[in-house]
Write a protein that binds this ligand. Structure first.
Ligand code: NAP
Ligand code: 8YV
Length: 324
């Protein structure tokens, strides 16, 4: 219940960057005094803001916005990837950043496997073939297969491991790339994405976005993946060089791609949309009702825990020294 003498104590001011699922909006409104960025709050309102609910849907946030929110203490991201936040600028201002690690791994892994099979077995094209009435006149062309393939996972973190667990049931070889070889992981490790691509004919990309991984999947990596190679990207559009990817798909440098993420969402280049060796999804890896609700709950939990204890459960490594 709000203390009428100190409303700020129990209902801290929180800025919401972009509309979230109704259940999450309701939870934010119950717990906080909310401001909506899309209502263009003035500087007086922003000066009161102590917390922010951020998401990739709100676009990049950094120093310019922080400048207008001198009281900002915490940014809780609706999502596990936080490349939408200028993390160095946040840390420099003493702002703690949290994410929703742990609640979406299985959902995103399900989607990645679905996208892999949809791409290889050409499931959307088969659906269109039946709907368009072609089956009575012709047979649907035989598709490529997952059988006998070696799958490289670029980024064997929470989601990458959930993908690997599922791939175990498909009886394919698995290898991975990350910056370090992980103790206790039996899959072969490759020190670069290029070396992994040389050793595999499927790459599933699930590293964080940001400067460190920008264009990690470039023309050389695609050439190494080869003419029978398949790229699945569920990480961030920035991780693949989109122009190089389009060229590789057009020329047959690789066989096909399944993409949930793009360089300039929600805009997808016409050249990519025109290709029939791609399956394109609108960034829906975590996009089920139940998982988005769980993400909202985790995000609100992080904000509440910050204001109650200064120890939210999901502080990202770059700001961990600022919490607790
Ligand atoms: P995570 O648990 O932090 O795992 C990330 C993995 O990437 C780690 O194994 C890490 O290994 C590796 N990695 C990090 N930086 C790297 C670099 N510069 N080069 C090579 N490998 C690197 O993250 P997660 O929860 O699995 O999520 C991964 C990403 O998936 C998110 O950041 C987000 O961008 C994306 N995502 C997309 C959706 C969607 O809807 N499509 C949903 C959720 C998440 P090392 O530390 O050993 O390098
Ligand atoms: C969300 C994501 O769709 O968690 C992530 O990193 O990309 C997705 O789960 C996105 O963050 C929603 O804004």
């Amino acid at each position: 219940m709000t203390d009428p003498l100190r409303p700020d104590v129990l209902r801290p001011d929180v800025l919401i960057g972009a509309a979230l699922p109704p259940v999450t909006m309701a939870a934010l409104e119950r717990a906080f005094t909310v401001h909506r960025l899309w209502d263009n709050p003035g500087d007086d309102a922003l000066a009161q803001v102590r917390g922010m609910a951020a998401s990739t849907l709100a676009g990049p946030i950094g120093a310019a916005l922080f400048e207008r929110m001198p009281a900002l203490e915490v940014i809780a991201n609706f999502g596990v990837g936080y490349d939408n936040i200028d993390i160095a600028a946040a840390a420099a201002r003493g702002i703690v950043v949290t994410n929703t690690a742990g609640v979406l791994d299985e959902e995103v892994a399900d989607l990645a496997i679905g996208l892999l099979l949809a791409t290889l077995r050409r499931i959307p094209a088969g659906d269109r073939f039946v709907r368009d009435g072609h089956w009575t006149d012709a047979s649907f062309p035989l598709s490529p297969s997952l059988r006998g393939r070696r799958v490289g996972i670029v980024g064997l973190g929470g989601i990458g491991k959930a993908i690997a667990r599922r791939l175990g049931a498909f009886a394919v070889d698995i290898a991975y790339h990350g910056r370090t070889q992980q103790q206790g992981v039996g899959y072969p490790w490759y020190p670069t994405a290029l070396a992994l691509a040389q050793a595999c004919d499927v790459l599933i990309v699930v590293v964080p976005g940001g400067a460190q991984t920008r264009h990690m999947i470039d023309a050389d990596v695609l050439a190494a993946l080869g003419a029978d190679g398949v790229l699945i990207n569920v990480s961030r559009g920035t991780v693949a060089n989109e122009d190089a990817l389009i060229a590789a798909l057009q020329k047959g440098t690789i066989l096909a791609a399944g993409l949930d993420v793009f360089a300039h969402e929600p805009h997808v280049p016409e050249a990519l949309r025109a290709l029939d060796n791609v399956v394109l999804l609108p960034h829906v890896g975590s996009g089920s009702v139940v998982t988005r609700a769980a993400m909202g709950q985790a995000m609100v939990g992080n904000l509440s825990a910050w204001f109650a204890t200064r120890q939210p459960p999901n502080v990202v490594p770059e700001t961990r020294h600022l919490a607790g």
